[in-house]
Design a protein around this ligand. Structure first.
Ligand code: SAH
Length: 378
């Protein structure tokens, strides 16, 4: 294969091409704007500037979006301000829980009918949400459910942030038994390729990490951006002055196989994508996560573990092996446990820090690569 016929990019694309279609972006929301931007909107409404902080405190600080509960705002201002800055972006279609309530998947309908999913995962010491950056995905990885349906559109900054804010509210309500009530971690591992929606994703990261009331006040170190390996965007991200974790979905150490598993590899090869990862590690001091789905008899051979070990040895990195979640109609299955253990053993023998990811949410189709809201009948 020498061309990229299946890969679709909407905008902000490092691959130069015209947008596929006019995206139906949602109405403006306060999470699209920094605090001065919100103050400008407030001024246009003829309201005093401090109302920007008040409305931001409700949304980001108290996780309140219902105007009735904003009792520090005069009734007339409440409606005007919420109309201008807090339009409803995500309508819950369905929420399902599993793992004794510690994992919850939310399916949202966007203003134009597009569907996206997010997952909330509670652990004894932290609460993580996995959020989507696009409706659908254009990267066409054949083992990923989202990749099969193609790209619908980029999400706006606020549509991305609002997933985390909604689920932070669920956590704060005490719904996740045995976990802290405060959302602490966000991973961009839901639907979509975050770096193909670059500027909105970076703005979303800034909003998630800005202290309240400007943002949600998460630590940048607790945010992970996962990518198929869009090299120019990875290099650009290294210059943003952010200390978020970069996760690279490698899935194969050799170009022949990676060309198939991660089709964008036809454009940026393993050596190039790893160079960009090491550049990111150098610029930020952050350990890069290498994601590797273990697919039976496809990428799990001992020689591939050894090759991967040689490529990663001595680098600031950590390997996350993900047991493949078979997707409907897929010809692939997860590697058997003994094969997985041998793969781990060889990587560790090469001096590479390696763990196997737990598979939360499998029975609600909320696990890695199973988020395919477009195919779910609401
Ligand atoms: N587009 C980004 C984020 C998407 S999903 C990326 O590719 O990194 C997050 C991770 O789940 C990626 O590593 C992706 O390759 C992996 N994944 C997708 N489908 C999977 C499946 N069926 N089983 C296991 N992991 C999967």
């Amino acid at each position: 294969m020498t061309s990229l016929p299946m890969i679709q990019i909407a905008s902000d694309a490092p691959i130069g091409s015209a947008p596929l279609r006019r995206a139906a972006m949602p109405p403006r929301h306060l999470a699209d704007l920094d605090l001065p931007g919100r103050q400008a909107v407030i001024a246009e409404l003829g309201e005093p500037a401090f109302r920007a902080k008040q409305i931001s405190t409700h949304y980001f600080g108290r996780l309140v979006r219902d105007p009735e509960r904003m009792t520090d705002l005069p009734a007339a201002s409440r409606d005007r301000i919420t109309e201008a800055l807090l339009p409803n972006l995500l309508t819950p279609v369905r929420e399902v829980a599993c793992d004794d309530g510690a994992t919850r998947k939310a399916l949202w309908r966007l203003h134009d009918g597009a569907l996206v999913e997010s997952v909330l995962m509670g652990y004894p010491d932290r609460v993580t949400v996995c959020i989507s950056s696009q409706a659908g995905c254009g990267m066409a990885c054949p083992f990923c459910a989202t990749g099969q349906a193609g790209l619908t559109r980029n999400l706006s900054t606020a549509e991305i942030v609002d997933q985390a804010v909604h689920l932070a509210g669920v956590a704060a309500s005490g719904a996740v038994a045995g976990s802290p009530p405060r959302l602490s971690h966000v991973v961009f591992m839901g639907m979509g390729e975050p770096l193909a929606n670059y500027s909105r994703v970076v703005a979303a990261v800034r909003r998630l990490c800005a202290p309240a009331p400007e943002g949600l006040g998460l630590s940048q170190r607790h945010v992970t951006v996962s990518t198929v390996g869009l090299v120019p965007a990875m290099r650009r991200l290294a210059e943003e002055g952010l200390s978020v974790t970069l996760a690279l979905s490698l899935h194969a150490p050799d170009d022949e196989l990676r060309d198939e598993l991660v089709p964008v590899n036809q454009r940026w090869k393993v050596a190039e994508v790893l160079d960009a990862a090491w550049h990111y590690a150098e610029r930020t001091g952050r350990r890069v996560s290498i994601e590797y789905a273990m697919i039976r008899d496809v990428n799990d051979q001992p020689w591939r573990a050894d090759l991967l070990g040689r490529l990663l040895a001595g680098r600031l990195t950590h390997v996350n092996l993900i047991p493949l979640n078979p997707t409907p109609g897929s010809r692939w299955d997860a590697s058997p446990k003994p094969v997985e253990r041998e793969f781990v053993r060889r990587l560790r023998a090469a001096g590479v820090s390696t763990t196997v990811r737990d598979t939360r949410g499998r029975d609600i189709d909320g696990a890695c690569g199973q988020l395919a809201a477009a195919t779910v009948a609401p």
